[in-house]
Design a protein around this ligand. Structure first.
Ligand code: PRP
Length: 211
């Protein structure tokens, strides 16, 4: 659950873009158009994985995926660490700031405590940074719990929606201010399984879903 949709807009500057509309197998009926294909996601996640691996060499990093949305991205990212830094560990924490609606509540809830991060070089892995509240709250918490460093990495950066000034170290793609789903991202717990990122049809989040 997450995010409002804005009017159809241009792809913001920064980040990477992919060719659109390349999906041969057809889109989910609730998806208006494909934004990032599975192939495009794989290529970009591979690039970021290699950049992260170089940066983290010798640091025995702890990659922490933020559930639930980041579970797909985190799974692909950790396998894209090439060459994988010695001592790399993987964990998850659970944060949520939204109910079943489309607007942020402004509250960030951490349901599952992170593993022991004292003295660790932590990489926070997010699916999307929207207002920035979740990432800012998690970075503050990990620092307070004694992390040696916190690197932030997100699949999508929806900068137009930022409310909290939080630094994003690695962003795979700039995301237009539209309602995006797939590759782990949901609306009301649906669409997480789509292998691509797509823009949801307004009817789908107005209670007029086609299935
Ligand atoms: C989404 C996303 C981020 C957060 C970003 O999580 O996974 O954690 O919202 O929004 P923000 O920048 O405005 O804080 P959500 O609360 O939808 O939970 P989910 O990952 O379980 O879908």
């Amino acid at each position: 659950p997450r995010r409002t949709s804005g009017p159809l807009g241009e792809q913001p500057e920064g980040g990477r873009s992919c060719e659109m509309g390349s999906r041969g197998g057809g889109l989910h009926p609730d998806v208006e158009r494909e934004l990032f294909s599975a192939e495009c996601l794989a290529a970009r996640v591979g690039e970021v994985g290699r950049a992260l691996a170089a940066e983290l060499e010798g640091k025995r990093p702890l990659l922490l995926g933020v559930l639930r949305g980041a579970f797909v991205f985190a799974a692909d990212l950790v396998r894209a660490l090439e060459p994988v830094p010695e001592g790399t560990e993987v964990g998850f924490l659970r944060a949520s700031s939204y109910g079943a609606g489309t607007e942020s509540s402004g509250q960030v809830r951490v349901d599952a405590p992170p593993p022991d991060v004292r003295g660790r070089h932590v990489v926070l892995v997010e699916d999307i940074v929207d207002t920035g509240r979740t990432l800012a709250a998690l970075v503050a918490r990990l620092r307070a719990e004694g992390a040696e460093s916190v690197t932030t990495c997100t699949l999508l950066d929806k900068a137009a929606r930022r409310v909290v000034d939080v630094h994003v170290d690695h962003s795979c793609f700039a995301c237009p201010d539209e309602f995006v789903v797939g590759y782990g991202l949901d609306f009301d717990e649906r669409y997480r399984t789509l292998p691509y990122i797509g823009v949801l049809k307004p009817a789908a989040y107005s209670g007029l879903s086609s299935d």
